[in-house]
Ligand binder design. Structure first.
Ligand SMILES: O=C(O)CCC(=O)C(=O)O
Ligand SMILES: [Fe+2]
Length: 218
């Protein structure tokens, strides 16, 4: 299959609501960020990682205080190398560059780099309420999650529950195929509700500094 994605320039990619929503609520959604052909390929790649036992239980805390606690989060991950050979992920990286251009141009976020991993939540798992950036001088600016769940239905679970910064009621967002969720890493509380059907995604963080250590396969 030829994998193609019509790349969208920053202005085409996003309506003005995105910058407003990020600023006032602390999160925003972009539906159909990636085509179904590409999301299928990435999901297929995650299934191959699973089959080869290449996904590892995710931990919590900083590197030197790394713990694995099923009560807090139940997902399995693998970091994505910058020079990944997975074609669909390369298309995703290209599309992300446009998004970063937009965010730097219209939201003045000073994003310089990003890191991301493939993510798999088995049935019965969840991720407790948290914010992604706990350190005061952390480098994570925007958290972004691409969902890869074809035909997601109410009842499949795994919604991301976000707590808006403007104090309005929490919102449960479906992890629909091709959807990209964006959040302010150091401000927006969120959690993943219990998963009733295996849940696939790519989770990433845009950074305000260059990194040559975190965005490597491990
Ligand atoms: O997958 C999601 O919807 C959120 C994941 C998350 O909160 C995280 O990995 O920090
Ligand atoms: Fe998170």
């Amino acid at each position: 299959m030829k994998l193609q994605q019509q790349l969208k320039a920053p202005e085409q990619l996003l309506d003005r609501g995105l910058a407003d929503s990020l600023a006032t609520k602390g999160f925003a959604l972009i539906d159909s960020f990636l085509s179904p052909e590409l999301t299928f390929e990435i999901r297929d790649y995650i299934d191959r990682l699973r089959a080869n036992d290449d996904l590892k239980k995710a931990g919590i805390g900083t590197a030197h205080l790394h713990q694995i606690d099923n009560r807090v989060r139940g997902d399995y991950i693998r970091w994505i190398s910058r020079d990944t050979e997975v074609e669909a992920l390369r298309h995703y990286q290209e599309q992300l560059q446009y998004l970063i251009q937009y965010l730097n141009r219209y939201c003045f976020l000073g994003i310089k780099d990003y890191e991301m991993h493939t993510t798999y939540y088995p049935v019965g798992t969840h991720y407790e309420k948290h914010i992604d950036q706990l350190q005061v001088n952390g480098k994570r600016v925007i958290s972004f999650i691409l969902y890869l769940n074809e035909d997601w239905q109410t009842g499949d679970g795994g919604e991301i529950r976000v707590y808006p910064l403007d104090g309005s009621d929490h919102e449960d967002l479906a992890p629909k195929n091709g959807r990209l969720a964006l959040m302010l890493s150091n401000e927006t509380p969120h959690e993943v509700l219990t998963v009733n059907k295996p849940r696939y995604s790519v989770t990433g963080w845009m950074l305000n500094q260059f990194t040559d250590t975190t965005f490597v396969g491990s």
